[in-house]
Every structure is written in structure tokens, then in C-alpha cells.
Design a protein around this ligand. Structure first.
Ligand code: FAD
Length: 365
């Protein structure tokens, strides 16, 4: 590593204005790199459910922009006790402290939209280009050119694919197909707090047969619910109304307050997601193009590390582009370090998925 006064690239195009792309842009601009974000959406809208921010992700965000974590914490919420219940409402256990007491001061949950909004507000508005869906790119020894659906092109020193689990950049760069379905479906939404469900500072884990749910307060009178069910095949409902109908059907044997909460949830706000994984790669960067976040290591939300490891990517990539003598060395080191680190989470996830599949198999016999 070196301590130089100049990064190895001058301008960067980041494809994807999710939380990974935005955090990376903040980190790169702090290093003096002219980083721009290209997002396919026409506008940033108040969507998404709760995201749990953990010490590893928060430390990186704090290093990327001191003071950012304090802003997020003011909008986030920290659970003070956790209860496990059965789907019919019997309490199995309650802890009076968070699940991980050593992380107590750091871990908190926040609405995904608040997180995206705060990250976006740290950037000059002219560097976020909405309505820019990247369709292709070409690179040579000196530059990389990204092409967008709206006909525009941009030529830069480095292109970063931060375009999520169905990454177009990965498709062109690696071409290893669609993400792998991991055997369960998930539905998430944010609703008004209901005191018949949980205490204002309580997180709830509920387990049923091949089903599970997590509920926790998000502050400002809201709670996040996230329900999952094992399914051999993935599916996505054709409309919001059918998504809601499906959730109510799948959880129809659950306790009444949960069914009432689901029934009261606005159908349009329910996110239905097949849980998918991205198999680990041996190399993330080729020439002047690299990847980060879900585009390269999409992982189950169950581990709570999707967003947090993405912030690690953002911080480390920016540091390597500043601290190494040339682009190739910077990206080789980025790949080496991040592949090793995210591989650990992948391994944990594989063990979890294997036990889920075993459970399905045992029940089928
Ligand atoms: C709308 C939305 C809501 C989410 N809500 C939650 C949530 O509630 N809880 C949770 O734990 N996780 C949520 N996630 C996922 C979570 O943010 C990711 O797991 C993780 O944080 C990785 O972030 P990322 O930036 O790599 O990918 P993402 O957050 O998926 O962002 C990728 C971005 O790239 C854009 N994009 C995709 N293709 C192109 C293209 N060709 N050209 C330009 N732009 C493109 C997408 O529109 C998106 O904004 C959500 C993601 C999205 C997009």
C-alpha cells in the first residue's frame, strides 16, 4: 500500500443507485474521484421494508462519511428485547436484552427508503442520473464506455456494477446466468404499530411449520414485518392484490393479530421476493470494470448482511483506489480481500439452506 495524494482513476460510472452505489459514490468523491451514479428508476420512491444495520456496515459508513451514522441512527430504532413465539401465539422465550448484547450500542433497524434518501442527500444532485438503465458497456486499455437505454453514453476510467442481484453489468462481464433460487419465498411490509402484536421496544420471532416471521419496530409509530415460507419452486404473483391474497392464504393458520395485521397491510406495499443467492466468483474485476453489493454477492436477508457487506465493499474499494499505485493492483487486491470476506457469509448461508432443504425432504418422506 502507498500513501499517495492522487487516486488511480479520475472518473467513475457507478451503475445502480441503490444503497451500495450511493455509498460508493460518497466514498469515491471523498477521495477526489469524479464519481457519478446511473440509476434505471425514474425517481427514488418511498419503497422497501426495514434493513438491519450492524456494526461492520456502520463502521464502514462512519469511515466513508463521519456523522452519517448519527443521522441514520436518529431515524432508526433499536430493539431492547426479543421474544420467540409459536404461530398460534404461545411464548417460547423472551430475552430482556437485544439478541446480541455486545452489539447493543451499534445495531439498529431503519426503513430502506430512509437509508437510500440519506445517502442520496450526501451527494450533489447533478451526479445522480435517474432514468439511466445501463444496457451495455465496452472497454479497452484506456477507458470504458457505458451505454444507456435512453441513448446516452458515458466514457470513464472505471465502471462499477452496483446494479443489484439481477445485475446487467455482471451478465455482460461474467455471463454466469440468473441468481440461484434458495428454496424460500419472502414477503415484507411496513405497517402502523399495533400494541396487540408486540411491545414498543420488542422484536418478535414467530415460527410455524415451514414458515417464519420477524416483526420489529422501526420508530415513528411503524413496524416492519417479514414473513417467509419454504417452497421448492419460486414464483412471483402477477399483481399486488394476488400477492396479498397469497400471503393471507399461506399464513391462514396463524394467530389472529398477525392475520389482522396482514389484512390491514396495503397490498401495494408488500414486497414479494424469491430468496436467491449469487454463487461466489473467483474474480470480480476484469480490466476497467468491477462489481459490488448484491450484483456480486447477493445473499439471503436471513443473515442480515446484504446491506452491511455492501458498505464494506464501498469503503474498501475506495480505499484501494487511493492506496495502490495502479488500477490493476488496486482491483486485484479488492477482489482478493472481498472474495475472502464475503465467502465466509456464503458458507454460513449454505449451511442454513442445506438444513432447510433437509427439513423439506424429511417432511416429504
Ligand atoms: C427498491 C429496493 C428495496 C429494497 N428493500 C429492502 C429492504 O426493505 N430490506 C432489505 O434488507 N433489503 C432491501 N433491499 C435490498 C438491499 O438494499 C440489498 O440487499 C443490499 O443492500 C445491496 O445493495 P445494492 O446497492 O448492491 O443493490 P440494490 O439495493 O438492489 O440496488 C441496485 C440498484 O441498481 C438499479 N439497477 C438495476 N439494474 C440497473 C441497470 N441496468 N441500470 C441502472 N440501474 C440499475 C436498481 O434499480 C437499484 O436501485 C432493497 C432493494 C431495492 C432495489
Amino acid at each position: 500500500m502507498r500513501e499517495m495524494s492522487k487516486p488511480v482513476v479520475e472518473n467513475v460510472a457507478i451503475i445502480g443507485g441503490g444503497i451500495g452505489g450511493l455509498a460508493t459514490a460518497i466514498a469515491l468523491r471523498k477521495q477526489g474521484i469524479d464519481a457519478h451514479v446511473y440509476e434505471k428508476a425514474r425517481e427514488f420512491r418511498p419503497v422497501g421494508a426495514g434493513v438491519s444495520l450492524k456494526p461492520n456496515g456502520l463502521r464502514c459508513l462512519d469511515a466513508i462519511k463521519p456523522g452519517l451514522v448519527d443521522k441514520l441512527r436518529r431515524l432508526g430504532f433499536q430493539v431492547q428485547r426479543t421474544t420467540l413465539k409459536t404461530s398460534t401465539g404461545e411464548t417460547v422465550w423472551t430475552t430482556k436484552t437485544p439478541m446480541m448484547p455486545k452489539d447493543q450500542d451499534l445495531t439498529f433497524a431503519i426503513w430502506w427508503w430512509h437509508l437510500q434518501h440519506i445517502l442520496a442527500s450526501e451527494l450533489p444532485s447533478e451526479v445522480i442520473h435517474l432514468n439511466h438503465r445501463c444496457v451495455s458497456f465496452e472497454q479497452n486499455e484506456n477507458t470504458v464506455t457505458a451505454k444507456f437505454e435512453n441513448g446516452k453514453t458515458v466514457e470513464v476510467d472505471l465502471l462499477i456494477g452496483a446494479d443489484g442481484i439481477n445485475s446487467r453489468v455482471r451478465e455482460i462481464l461474467i455471463g454466469d446466468g440468473q441468481p440461484t433460487y434458495a428454496g424460500s419465498m419472502c414477503w415484507r411490509a411496513i405497517v402502523d404499530y399495533r400494541d396487540e402484536l408486540l411491545l414498543p421496544d420488542e422484536g418478535l420471532i414467530i415460527r410455524g411449520e415451514q414458515t417464519a416471521m420477524i416483526l420489529y419496530p422501526l420508530g415513528q409509530g411503524k413496524i416492519n414485518w417479514s414473513a417467509g415460507k419454504l417452497f421448492p419452486e419460486s414464483f412471483v404473483s402477477p399483481s399486488a392484490a394476488e400477492t396479498k391474497y397469497r400471503v393471507l392464504k399461506e399464513f391462514c393458520n396463524w394467530m389472529k393479530p398477525i392475520l389482522e395485521m396482514m389484512a390491514a397491510t396495503d397490498a401495494d406495499s408488500i414486497l414479494e421476493t424469491p430468496i436467491c443467492e449469487r454463487l461466489p466468483l473467483k474474480q470480480w474485476s476484469y480490466g476497467r470494470v468491477t462489481l459490488l453489493g448484491d450484483a456480486v454477492h447477493g445473499m439471503s436477508p436471513g443473515g442480515g448482511q446484504g446491506a452491511n457487506t455492501t458498505f464494506e465493499d464501498a469503503y474498501e474499494l475506495a480505499a484501494y483506489l487511493y492506496n495502490f499505485p495502479d488500477l490493476q493492483t488496486a482491483l486485484t487486491n479488492y477482489d482478493k480481500r472481498r472474495i475472502q470476506r464475503t465467502g465466509l457469509f456464503h458458507l454460513k448461508w449454505c449451511i442454513r439452506i442445506a438444513s432447510q432443504k433437509l427439513l423439506l425432504l424429511r417432511q416429504a418422506i
